[in-house]
Design a protein around this ligand. Structure first.
Ligand SMILES: O=C(O)CCC(=O)C(=O)O
Ligand SMILES: [Fe+2]
Length: 313
């Protein structure tokens, strides 16, 4: 079987925002581990599909950026940070726009949706403008474009690699947010088919989802832990109704793939897997800074359309 069809042969739920899970999720208990290793592997076309399919937990490209370039990026970005407009739990800071800010996180959020969050999100994206172009002018290179071109070289040649967008031309998603996460995160996953359950978004239809993080500054503590548990409807028994996290019991006894990011490191993991960021060490004052974007597979809707790998933050 070719690499191309190892993903496109899966049965795909193409009907919008509340899909039944479509990958090995028939059983009530967690499926057996698909991980071949818990160690990070290098980026190759094969490891990239393994990541999307949940067979490898972590892809790691150490030194993707030089330390000098990271220092320039850190200096250019540091004054631009603001807190997330909406993030329940430990504070998250950012440069850019996150779709997550416009998402329902807690049960209360789900009940109190205003209905115009999508318009607000796309308006915020339009107002942000060309962050990566401007940053590129300041530091000499567009690092978001560098990551996109690496990813383009990893996916099957007949896929389209692009920013996510809604049907309407002026509703394009933003990708490549820079996050400051010093206080850690709850155990959570980022799985758009569930996370966008309040209303249909273009990304609700992804069949596989992963994330890249490009570490821009040194840190003590602040490691990332990927758990060998993917989101299924059964995970909801462990969902914390007051936020976007899941209770510890969900990942107890499961394998874990840890990573301690260094400046310039690029790493990918499957964001449908439960994961968490640990707080930086007490007294560490520098920002734990990383550029990040989700990417997901959108199967063709009609004959002749390509499979798409779409990006959004
Ligand atoms: O900063 C990290 O290492 C991971 C953050 C995270 O939760 C994500 O990228 O989905
Ligand atoms: Fe996450």
């Amino acid at each position: 079987m070719s690499l191309t069809c190892s993903i496109s042969d899966h049965k795909i739920e193409a009907n919008g925002h509340a899909p039944k899970a479509s990958l090995d999720l028939g059983s009530k208990s967690q499926p057996a581990s698909k991980w071949k290793t818990t160690a990070p592997v290098k980026a190759t076309p094969e490891s990239f599909l393994d990541l999307l399919e949940g067979r490898t937990p972590l892809i790691h490209e150490p030194g993707f950026l030089s330390e000098e370039l990271c220092a320039k990026l850190e200096a250019a970005l540091e004054p631009e940070f603001t807190p997330y407009l909406h993030a329940i739990g430990p504070q998250l800071d950012k440069v850019g726009v996150a779709q997550f800010e416009f998402q329902a996180q807690s049960e209360d959020d789900v009940k109190n949706r205003s209905g115009d969050e999508k318009q607000q999100y796309f308006q915020a994206v339009r107002e942000l403008g060309d962050l990566h172009g401007k940053l590129g002018e300041k530091v000499g290179v567009n690092v978001f474009a560098m990551v996109m071109s690496l990813i383009r070289s990893l996916v099957p040649a007949d896929w389209e690699v692009c920013l996510a967008r809604e049907d309407s031309e002026d509703e394009q998603y933003f990708a490549g947010i820079v996050r400051g996460i010093n206080n850690g995160t709850p155990i959570h996953c980022d799985w758009a088919p569930y996370d966008t359950r309040t209303e249909p978004w273009a990304i609700s239809r992804v069949t596989h989802q992963a994330v890249f993080n490009l570490c821009l500054a040194p840190m003590e503590g602040g490691g990332t832990l990927v758990h060998d548990v993917q989101w299924t409807p059964d995970a909801l028994a462990y969902r914390d109704p007051d936020g976007y996290g899941y209770f510890e019991g969900l990942v107890e006894g499961r394998k874990k793939a840890p990573l301690q990011p260094q400046p310039g490191d690029l790493y990918f993991f499957n964001s449908r897997n439960m994961h968490q960021v640990l707080p930086v060490a007490p007294g560490w004052e520098r920002r734990r800074m990383a550029m990040a974007s989700f990417f997901g597979v959108l199967p063709p809707l009609k004959e002749g359309e390509k499979t798409k790998l779409v990006f959004w933050s």
